[in-house]
Design a protein around this ligand. Structure first.
Ligand code: SF4
Ligand code: SF4
Length: 238
């Protein structure tokens, strides 16, 4: 959640309370010129807050996606066209976009770690240098969460839309067949009065089955997946 704030000296904890944030966020981003992530260990530290915008991230929000958003904001908020700030920022945002879209490659983290320090020293604008520092800070703070998108092909928080999967709940499916007819990818198995099952290898996450299901039996899941049978089974519901 994004909030506008006025510069002040306070603790992140007091600021979050003032903004009405009830759940303890797993991280907070203070926008440029602070351009820094703050984690719960620092919530009681008094700090001079020069940012005019703060973003809080809950447990179900992805820090790889957060970093992507932050870098895109920094990149587009400056007119600077220097090679390291402009081109470097573009490369970093592209890599982060790939990581969040299931297209991350094993070498991507090393590439970010190589690019960012060069940008930190060579970019002419403050935003470009801040972008590079944010990348290095995020890799140190949230490395395992970011790397899991590549090494485990999963988004641990469930926040990245590209990593969400579709499932049909045994407790709700009546075997009406509407989802099977709506699926252009032939990713749904089933027959009348049998609980239908989605083949994850074929599903393109188009959402059509969820839209047509009259029972609310199709769910989109993040990190926590519901238990479903491997093949259609007779319906419990009539
Ligand atoms: S989300 Fe789309 S592709 Fe996946 S099972 Fe549903 S209708 Fe088929
Ligand atoms: S998931 Fe919904 S639309 Fe598909 S068969 Fe079951 S009840 Fe019908």
């Amino acid at each position: 959640m994004k909030y506008s704030i006025s510069p002040t000296t306070t603790t992140p904890k007091a600021l979050l309370k003032q903004l009405g944030v009830k759940e303890k966020p797993k991280a907070v981003w203070f926008a440029y010129p602070m351009a820094t992530f703050v984690t719960p260990e620092q919530y009681n530290d008094e700090m001079e807050i020069t940012a005019r915008e703060v973003v809080s991230y809950g447990a179900d929000e992805c820090m790889a996606h957060a970093l992507w958003d932050v870098c895109e904001d920094l990149r587009t908020s400056t007119d600077c066209t220097c090679t390291f700030g402009h081109e470097g920022g573009y490369q970093i945002v592209t890599i982060l976009g790939d990581i969040c879209s299931k297209k991350g490659k094993p070498q991507d983290i090393a590439l970010l770690r190589d690019l960012a320090p060069v940008m930190q020293t060579q970019a002419l604008c403050g935003e470009g240098r801040a972008l590079a520092s944010a990348v290095l800070q995020a890799l140190d703070l949230f490395g395992p969460e970011i790397e899991a998108h590549i090494t485990k092909r999963s988004c641990p928080s469930g926040g990245c839309p590209a990593f969400k999967t579709y499932h049909i709940l045994v407790s709700k499916c009546t075997g009406c067949g509407k989802c099977l007819k709506a699926c252009d990818d032939r990713a749904i198995m089933g027959k009348a009065k049998f609980v239908h099952v989605i083949d994850q290898r074929k599903c393109s996450q188009c959402d059509k089955c969820r839209e047509v299901c009259p029972e609310g039996a199709v769910v989109r899941a993040g990190a926590k997946k519901p238990k479903t049978p491997p093949r259609p089974i007779p319906c419990r519901r009539k």
